[in-house]
Design a protein around this ligand. Structure first.
Ligand code: SAM
Length: 225
């Protein structure tokens, strides 16, 4: 899978050199590129923002640098999923992560200030080969789209075959079905600060363990914990 981020802070994505994603990149399972939006500006100050039409506080990211940056990607790859990060977008979840894990090239538009001129999404919705997704990572506001892109990249790429060492660990995870949570997990020692691991997990009875896990998963899911 190809992943390209467009941002005024391309260095924000250095964590993607670490851990499983770093390894997947070195194995060419993921081809990651971080583009600096300011490289697509035309003035001496490399401006990317201007005052909002209609007035109000803050600055809005101008459409043209975004247009030039996205066009530069489309020159090399005419089929992309363009993800515009915005708190006003559709809420991200595991289902969406699964859908996006089948994409060939994800392009993340990471806003700053008061966000990106709305016409950017409107324009690319009309460009053939581009699927536009406006996505929110939750009902709160962060300072920029970079951290939201990192969340989505991590949730999506761990579903690509080969990224997680043991694919079985994906089978019973939380949110595989809407609202379903995984059972509680424990490791050694069996007693930690006077708290015991549930007896059944030490029994070696796989049938009982499976039953206990299913019941606990159901209980947790109903509580929404
Ligand atoms: N004024 C905007 C609003 O009220 O909807 C918030 C702008 S926010 C300070 C700057 C950027 O951070 C956004 O353009 C977006 O890219 C990103 N962002 C903030 N919260 C987000 C969220 N919950 N999900 C996705 N992106 C978010």
């Amino acid at each position: 899978m190809k992943i390209t981020t467009i941002s005024i802070f391309p260095e924000y994505f250095s964590p993607l050199e670490l851990s499983l994603i770093g390894k997947a990149r070195s194995q060419s399972l993921i081809d990651f590129k971080s583009i600096n939006l300011r490289d697509f500006t035309t003035d001496n100050h490399h401006s990317v923002d201007d005052t909002p039409y209609g007035g109000g506080a803050g600055m809005v990211m101008m459409a043209e640098p975004w247009g030039l940056a996205i066009d530069s990607i489309l020159e090399k790859d005419s089929e992309i999923d363009l993800i515009i990060l915005t708190p006003a977008g559709a809420k991200f979840n595991q289902k969406k992560a699964e859908k996006l894990s089948g994409a060939k090239h994800l392009v993340f538009a990471c806003g700053r200030y008061e966000g990106i001129d709305t016409r950017v999404g409107d324009y690319y919705r009309g460009v053939s080969g581009v699927r536009v997704h406006e996505i929110s990572i939750g009902d709160y506001v962060v300072n920029g789209g970079e951290v939201a892109a990192l969340v989505i990249i991590e949730a999506v790429t761990r579903l690509i075959p080969g990224v997680i060492g043991n694919p079985a660990s994906l089978d019973e995870e939380s949110h595989n079905e809407v609202g379903a949570l995984e059972y509680p997990t424990f490791t050694k020692p069996a007693i930690w600060r006077e708290i015991n691991v549930p007896e059944v997990l030490l029994s070696g009875n796989h049938g009982q363990i499976q039953k206990w896990r299913q019941e606990e998963a159901k209980r947790r899911s109903e509580l929404g914990q």
